[in-house]
Design a protein around this ligand. Structure first.
Ligand code: ADP
Ligand code: GLC
Length: 474
């Protein structure tokens, strides 16, 4: 089976969030599971030269908005599987990956280039696996192309929703120019008077998936559906939830070269060294018996930062440390900075994006906070599990599917989770966790439960292959 994974970001070539982790790791896992996979992603200004191995195609000619455009395709296997990076400076050499008013055009171009490239490479593709709104364009194109281009006749599409909140909306008047002239194509995009690339992907793809089963159920309800719940309900027989995996080649305390010491569930002593290193890095006084609460996150309302704001004072009153890494909404950044200024002996904050520090926090913290408003899957809670950093999460989406309350009687459970989006229930779990932390044996049991779990991609890749096979029979 030959699978082309198309994504707007993929580790190690580019990253703004978990989508990149997934798109980087899945093709590698598919390859290991026996599929012939290829990844296609843009080459951004941010893509480091060391990851580009060669130029695969010097002249990828594309008809675009009435003119001929010459793009290139680079080749790499830096993520462990064959990858083509579309090089088109006009669209992708910007100071950030997203955030431009013409993003819809940039990714429509990317989708067009990806399909032209795949045909030029010439190997028939069974499944094109599309991710989020940035790939909705290709879903529509392929639904159309398969009727008149023999190369695509047997190709089927799977569209994964990583985050329904971002929909890629633009004026319907643009569709013709972007190459979607037919009524059939335009209907897929039509959404409340404008064009939505997310709706197009959901409407035109053969099969849909979400990155956790619970999120797949949540987005069929009006309160989480962003106006598309009716479509998800209508297509629910084609919607499946597969929880993301973790790339343990990158996120594994036994081998992680970014840590001050390595450790495993059999021998956790290195974790104390990592805690010391973390406190040192933030110039905090070192008391290894005091719990460290950590968080690594995009600072947006999705991540429930309001709730962290509401409980932060209590965490300080408890005498604990609190360390945050993130960037995003200015008001949240300012809040963490103020908290740091108010309690410089207990709080650490790094504003920005820092891969190495994310590892240092995962290893050095005792507890990881993730009280998300909604969370399609979430990766940090799973990284935390492997690093023996006990997660406190809100019971939504993938957080609900992966974190289970610790039960003192049975000794089962890997963390703490609460339901209502409110500071009270969150605080209850914080207290419960701090009490458990004070009992070394209990704490170790929770840590070990999480560390022994297997959230590897092998499992998820098998599920995707099952989904692809099912899709091919439709
Ligand atoms: P989302 O994709 O919604 O941001 P996920 O939990 O799926 O959430 O994935 C977030 C990914 O981005 C993780 O790999 C996390 O470590 C990383 N990340 C988020 N913010 C930062 C940051 N400020 N610095 C480094 N890594 C970050
Ligand atoms: C999105 C979601 C996150 C998920 C990631 C990868 O960014 O917000 O929950 O883990 O995609 O699927």
């Amino acid at each position: 089976m030959r699978v082309a994974v198309i994504s707007s970001e993929a580790v190690p070539y580019s990253k703004t969030g978990g989508l990149a982790d997934v798109a980087g790791a899945l093709p590698k896992a598919l390859k290991r599971a026996g599929a012939d996979s290829v990844l296609i992603t843009p080459c951004y200004l941010q893509t480091k030269g060391e990851f580009i191995w060669s130029t695969a195609i010097e002249d990828l000619w594309l008809e675009w908005r009435g003119r001929s455009y010459r793009a290139k395709a680079f080749y790499s296997e830096a993520n462990g599987s064959p990858t083509f990076l579309i090089d088109a400076p006009e669209f992708f050499h910007r100071d950030s990956i997203y955030g431009f008013t013409e993003d819809y055009e940039r990714f429509a171009f990317f989708n067009h280039a990806a399909l032209v490239l795949l045909k030029r490479v010439g190997k028939k593709i069974d499944i094109v696996h599309l991710n989020d709104w940035h790939c909705g364009f290709a879903a529509v194109k392929l639904a159309h192309l398969r009727f008149w281009d023999v190369f695509w006749k047997d190709t089927r599409t799977v569209f994964s929703v990583h985050n329904l909140a971002y929909q890629g909306g633009f004026g319907s008047g643009e569709l013709w120019d972007l190459g979607f002239g037919s009524r059939f194509e335009q209907d897929h995009f039509a959404f409340e008077g404008y064009a939505s690339a997310m709706k197009a992907g959901l409407s035109a793809s053969d099969m849909l998936s979400t990155v956790s089963p619970t999120y797949g159920v949540e987005i069929q309800r009006s309160e989480n559906g962003y106006g598309l719940d009716w479509l998800l309900r209508a297509r629910s027989s084609r919607l499946s939830g597969i929880t993301n995996g973790v790339d343990y080649e990158v996120w594994n305390p036994e081998t992680d070269e970014l840590l001050a010491a390595n450790y495993s569930w059999q021998d956790l002593s290195g974790k104390r060294t990592c805690k010391r290193e973390l406190l040192d890095q933030f110039s905090l006084p070192v008391d290894l018996d005091t719990p460290v609460f950590g968080t690594v996150s995009r600072l947006t309302s999705q991540k429930g930062i309001e709730l962290i704001q509401q409980v932060a004072g209590e965490i300080i009153n408890l005498g604990a440390y609190f360390i945050a890494l993130g960037s995003g909404d200015r008001s949240y950044e300012d809040f963490f900075q103020r908290l740091r200024n108010a309690a410089p002996g207990q709080v650490g904050f790094f504003r920005g994006y820092n891969e190495d520090l994310a590892h240092t926090i995962e290893a050095g913290a005792d507890l990881f906070l993730m009280p998300s408003r909604f969370e399609p899957c979430g990766l940090n809670q799973m990284y935390s599990l492997r690093y023996g950093t006990v997660p406190i999460v809100r019971a939504v989406g993938g957080l609900h599917d992966t974190i289970h309350n610790f039960d003192r009687v049975s000794g089962q459970g890997n963390g703490f989770k609460f339901g209502p989006f409110s500071a009270g229930p969150f605080l209850e779990k914080i207290y419960e966790a701090v009490f458990a932390f004070a009992e070394p044996e209990t704490w170790r049991a929770i840590q070990v439960n999480g560390m022994k779990e297997d959230h590897s991609w092998e499992n998820a890749a098998q599920k995707y292959i099952g989904l692809y096979k099912y899709t091919l029979q439709l």
